[in-house]
Design a binder for this molecule. Structure first.
Ligand SMILES: *Cc1c(COP(=O)(O)O)cnc(C)c1O
Length: 398
C-alpha cells in the first residue's frame, strides 16, 4: 500500500488536489514549500512538541472504560482522552502546529473559519499566546446559536466577522475566509480547521493531529501489549479520525472505523454523511465525497452536532473508503443522544455530541467482538459546550 500520500500534486488516489484560483496558488505553494522544509527541522519539531506538552497538556491518557466494557461484556474498551486537552478537544493540536508555521513564515495576521466556534476558539487561543492579529469568519446563523463561543473568541482578542451569505453557516464562512486570504495574501496565514480544503492543508492538518495516533501506538503496547483490534472516531471534516488512523494505515490487522452523522436518518436525506450517501465532487478547493444534487449543487446538512454539520469530508477519507482500508458508518441523532447519556452515567465523562457519535457505534460493533480483543475510541472532545443544545433538544426545564 502507498503510504507516501498525498502525491506531489496533493492527490490521494483521485481525491484532493488544488482546485483554486491562480491568486491562491502562490500562497498554497509558499505554504507547501515552507512545510516541506520545517517538517524535518529539529528546532521546529522541538518547539511543536514542547507546546503540545506544556500548553496543550499532552500526552492525553489512554483510559480503560471499565463499566462500558462490563456492560457490553465482549472486547475491552479504551478511551483516548483528547477531551482532556486545553480548550477541550483535539482541534488545539492542529492550531498549535499551524500557528508555529505562521510564526516561522513571519506572518502577523491570522484568519480562520469556524462553524460551532470550536476551531475559532482554538485559533484565537494560539493567536493570543503569540500576540498575533486574529480574524474569525463565522456564519450569522452560527453566531446566533453559539453566542458563548463568540464571546470567548472576543475575550481572546479575536475579531469575529459575521457572514450573511448563503445559509450563513460553516461553508459560507469558509468561502469568506478564502476571499480574505486572496486579498491579504502577503501578511496573512489561514489556519484551516480540518483535513479539508486544497493541498497542502489535508496533509498538514493530518500530520499535526497524528500525534494522537503515534501516542496510541506506545500506549497500546504499554496497556495491553499489542496494537488495538479496532479504532473508532467520529468524522465531520475528518481531522480527529485522520489523526488517530494515520499511523495505523499500514497495519492491516487494525480495523479503522469512521462514524458520520446520520442526522434524522440516511434514508430521510437529512443528515451530514457524505461518505455514506454522497458522490465525488469539488468543494472548497479539493475533490472528495460530498453531498450534492444531480446538478452539482451542495445540499443542506442536518445533525444535532454542529461540529459534524458539513457537506464535505477530507479527501484522504474518500480514498480510504474507496480502497476499503477504513469503514464508514453513520448513526442517527437519537442513537447519539442515547450514547451521550450512557457515557455520562457509566464513565463519568461528558462527551461532546460529535464524540458521542463514535460511542453510538458500540451497540452494533460490540456484539461482534471477542473477549480478548481491544478497541479504542477517540474521545475527540468534551461536551460542556453542548449542554445548552442538549437542554434544548430534550426540552429540559432547568
Ligand atoms: C470539530 C469537532 C469534531 C469534528 O471535526 P473533525 O475534523 O471531523 O475531527 C469532532 N469532535 C469535536 C469535539 C470537535 O470539536
Amino acid at each position: 500500500m502507498k503510504d507516501n500520500l498525498p502525491d506531489k500534486d496533493g492527490f490521494f488516489g483521485e481525491y484532493g488536489g488544488k482546485f483554486v484560483p491562480e491568486t491562491l496558488m502562490y500562497a498554497l505553494n509558499e505554504l507547501e514549500q515552507t512545510y516541506k522544509t520545517l517538517k524535518d527541522n529539529n528546532d521546529f519539531n522541538a518547539e511543536f512538541h514542547r507546546d503540545l506538552a506544556e500548553f496543550v497538556g499532552r500526552p492525553s491518557p489512554l483510559y480503560f472504560a471499565k463499566r462500558l466494557t462490563e456492560h457490553y461484556n465482549t472486547a475491552s474498551i479504551w478511551l483516548k482522552r483528547e477531551d482532556l486537552n486545553h480548550t477541550g478537544a483535539h482541534k488545539i493540536n492542529n492550531t498549535v502546529g499551524q500557528i508555529l508555521l505562521a510564526k516561522y513564515m513571519g506572518k502577523k495576521r491570522i484568519i480562520a473559519e469556524t462553524g460551532a466556534g470550536q476551531h475559532g476558539v482554538a485559533t484565537a487561543t494560539v493567536a493570543a499566546r503569540l500576540g498575533l492579529d486574529c480574524h474569525i469568519y463565522m456564519g450569522s446563523e452560527d453566531v446566533r446559536r453559539q453566542s458563548l463561543n463568540v464571546y470567548r473568541m472576543k475575550l481572546l482578542g479575536a475579531e469575529v466577522h459575521e457572514v450573511n451569505s448563503g445559509s450563513a453557516t460553516l461553508k459560507d464562512a469558509l468561502n469568506e475566509a478564502l476571499r480574505d486570504w486572496v486579498t491579504n495574501i502577503e501578511d496573512t496565514y489561514y489556519i484551516i480547521g480540518s483535513v479539508t480544503g486544497p493541498h497542502p492543508y489535508p496533509m498538514i492538518v493530518r500530520d499535526f493531529n497524528a500525534v494522537v495516533g503515534y501516542e496510541l501506538i506506545d500506549q497500546s503496547q504499554e496497556s495491553f501489549g499489542r496494537m488495538p483490534d479496532s479504532i473508532i472516531a467520529c468524522v465531520g471534516g475528518g481531522s480527529n479520525a485522520m489523526g488517530i488512523f494515520y499511523p495505523f494505515i499500514k497495519m492491516d490487522n487494525v480495523e479503522l472505523i469512521g462514524v458520520e452523522a446520520a442526522g434524522k436518518g440516511i434514508e430521510t436525506g437529512e443528515h451530514a454523511a457524505p461518505l455514506n450517501d454522497g458522490t465525488p465532487g469539488v468543494l472548497h478547493g479539493a475533490k472528495s465525497y460530498l453531498m450534492q444534487d444531480e446538478s452539482g449543487q451542495v445540499k443542506g446538512t442536518a445533525s444535532i452536532s454542529a461540529g459534524l454539520d458539513y457537506p464535505g469530508v477530507g479527501p484522504e477519507h474518500s480514498w480510504l473508503k474507496d480502497i476499503k482500508r477504513a469503514k464508514y458508518v453513520a448513526v442517527s441523532d437519537d442513537e447519539v443522544m442515547k450514547a451521550f447519556h450512557m457515557v455520562n452515567k457509566m464513565e463519568g465523562i461528558l462527551p461532546a455530541l460529535e464524540t458521542a457519535h463514535a460511542f453510538a457505534h458500540l451497540d452494533e460493533l460490540m456484539p461482534k467482538m471477542k473477549k480478548d480483543q481491544h478497541i479504542v475510541i477517540n474521545v475527540s472532545g468534551r461536551g460542556d459546550k453542548d449542554l445548552n443544545s442538549v437542554v434544548e433538544i430534550e426540552d429540559i426545564k432547568l
